[in-house]
Design a protein around this ligand. Structure first.
Ligand code: PNS
Length: 164
């Protein structure tokens, strides 16, 4: 049973994240999508909202026999990965600009916990420029998000701004 953690902020989940989860499912029997609880950050969605949205969109895609669950964590990722008895951490790499930061994190994580491997995966080219940060910026400036995030996420973003 190979278990991986796919950590991130997921504020919000994008189609790029989903693409990585689908690809990760070809390598692992189980993927835990783990949302970082970051007390200092001012997020668009709360942890609970992100967790709920992720569970809902994951329920709508074909993941074969791979068991995908959603959780949140605080503190060091490697401590969480060990506690969940994971074998690997999955991270998406969209391009060279991601690589430097990801490599530093992967090597630091390896130093902290040599038993956990980091696996880098490339999303489909269509998503190579998609990030949660740009999605929020485009949304806040009135741009269309179709194809970038699941329709449910765009709807929740609209609800959220109406509430404010
Ligand atoms: O989606 P993001 O914001 O790029 O994800 C970054 C994340 C959550 C993977 C990273 O910030 C992280 O692992 N934070 C937990 C704290 C930690 O373990 N820091 C040391 C990493 S070398």
């Amino acid at each position: 049973m190979r278990r991986a953690i796919f950590p991130g902020s997921f504020d919000p989940v994008t189609n790029g994240h989903l693409d990585i989860i689908e690809r990760g499912c070809k390598l692992f029997d189980e993927i835990i999508v783990a949302i970082l609880v970051h007390p200092e950050k001012k997020p668009f969605f709360t942890i609970e909202e992100r967790q709920e949205m992720l569970s809902e969109v994951l329920g709508r895609i074909q993941l074969g026999s791979c068991a995908v669950s959603v959780d949140s964590f605080q503190g060091l990722l490697v401590h969480y990965a060990v506690a969940r008895e994971a074998h690997a951490i999955v991270r998406g790499i969209r391009g060279i600009s991601d690589y430097e930061y990801e490599l530093q994190m992967a090597l630091m994580n390896r130093r902290l916990e040599p038993t956990i491997e980091t696996v880098f995966m490339m999303p489909a080219e269509t998503y190579s420029y998609v990030s949660s940060r740009l999605v929020k910026e485009v949304f806040q400036l009135g741009g269309k998000l179709d194809g970038l995030v699941p329709p449910l996420v765009e709807a929740r973003m609209k609800d959220q701004t109406e509430k404010r």
